[in-house]
Write a new protein. Sequence first.
Length: 230
Amino acid sequence: MRAPPELLEPALAAVLPLLDTGRPRLIVGVAGPPGAGKSTLAAGLAAAVTVRTGVSAVDVAMDGFHLANAELERLGLADRKGAPPTFDGYGFVHLLRRLRAADPDDVVYAPTFSRVLNESVGSAVPVPPDVRVVVVEGNYLLLPEPPWSDVRELLDVALYVDADAATRYRALLRRHRAGGRDEAQAHDWVVRNDEANARLIAGTRDRADLVLCRTGVRPNPAGGGGAAAG
């Protein structure tokens, strides 16, 4: 699925000027609620940066830091998979710090999440030293509680992707049906789990530099505070 131009073009407009700042590596955050289109935008943004500028870019997903299903069962959190405690948040922050350091001798390997396996897969996304732009996407990039509170200062720019509840519901229902849940199970998961997470994430919207949605773009003068602001 291609990133919609009404999301991609303003995202590019926010990112491309940062290439002239001289920073060895830019970290672009794409946050937002489940089903809003973060993954599609992040992949499209990384590809478009490379095509339009020749600068090497890659996208990295926070979902690679999902705890293993066996660990979620042990913790009693299997029915809340996707909530903040079901991620290795400190591991995610450590990865961002390595990416931010941009060591010329260091290939950083990021994990990814397989929707087929419903598990994380380690060391699946290589980020070589010559990668100039890393687009990081995830639900909790702007959450103010530890360990997520350390993420914002590691981002050069933070984008928030929003969508109306009906659009997100349809996208999430398709996702969970494709993952093997029947209609009733998928509906229950969206309403009980995904929407609880979405309400939490909505409270972080004002920490973004730019809010993107299909119906328009809203710069956020109250946002910022990441690496770009310094």
